[in-house]
Design a protein around this ligand. Structure first.
Ligand code: IMP
Ligand code: MG
Length: 180
């Protein structure tokens, strides 16, 4: 007979809400100054980047438009499958627009590498990448970011949009998921 075991889950705070918001304000100011006199289109990568995109967009002072794209690289686990699929494409053309792709986290870099190559083909005026979190130790493919919120150690994190099996996205801070 199979023994029934319940896994315990807990979350330890890594980056508190105040620190996150301060950094997002800095990124917003930097983007506003870099795009002075221009318009910028933020591409939010669903679903993890939603919280970060909203907070960042509110702090950008040049004209902003938003579009959304959904790609899958992970199943309901903490291990990358390496398979990337576009589940929802953009609504608008990005031709001749200043594009900033907004990501929640760069881990292996596979998702972003695929996505940036795909978007480049569509002829944007400029194409940059802004990520809330970066786990540089985990990089498998080469991806360079233009704007980074925080570099973090190789830990599985949740909150501020990041999930574990679709849960924890609504935590107002970034925490390390501890499975027991
Ligand atoms: P990559 O293709 O390996 O860079 O994976 C990027 C995607 O994996 C992110 O957009 C997240 O959805 C997910 N991911 C990577 N690391 C974490 C993590 O620590 N917590 C939650 N999701 C993660
Ligand atoms: Mg995810």
């Amino acid at each position: 007979m199979e023994e029934e075991r319940k896994m315990s889950e807990s979350v330890r705070v890594l980056i508190e809400e105040k620190k996150l918001n301060e950094r997002i304000a800095e990124l917003g100011a930097q983007i506003s100054s870099d795009y002075e006199g221009e318009e910028v289109c933020l591409i939010c990568i669903l679903k993890g980047s939603v919280f970060f995109t909203c907070e960042l967009a509110k702090r950008i002072t040049v004209p902003v438009t938003l579009d959304f794209m959904s790609v899958s690289s992970y199943g309901a686990s903490t291990v990358s499958s390496g398979v990337i699929q576009v589940k929802k494409d953009l609504d608008e053309s990005i031709e001749n627009k200043n594009i900033i792709v907004i990501e929640d986290i760069i881990d292996t870099g596979r998702t972003l590498k695929y996505l940036l190559e795909e978007l480049k083909k569509r002829g944007p005026k400029s194409l940059k990448l802004c990520t809330m979190l970066d786990k540089p130790d985990r990089r498998v493919v080469d991806v360079s970011t233009d704007y980074t919120g925080f570099e973090i150690p190789d830990e599985f994190v949740v909150g501020y949009g990041l999930d574990y099996a679709q849960r924890y996205r609504n935590l107002p801070y970034i925490g390390i998921l501890e499975l027991g």
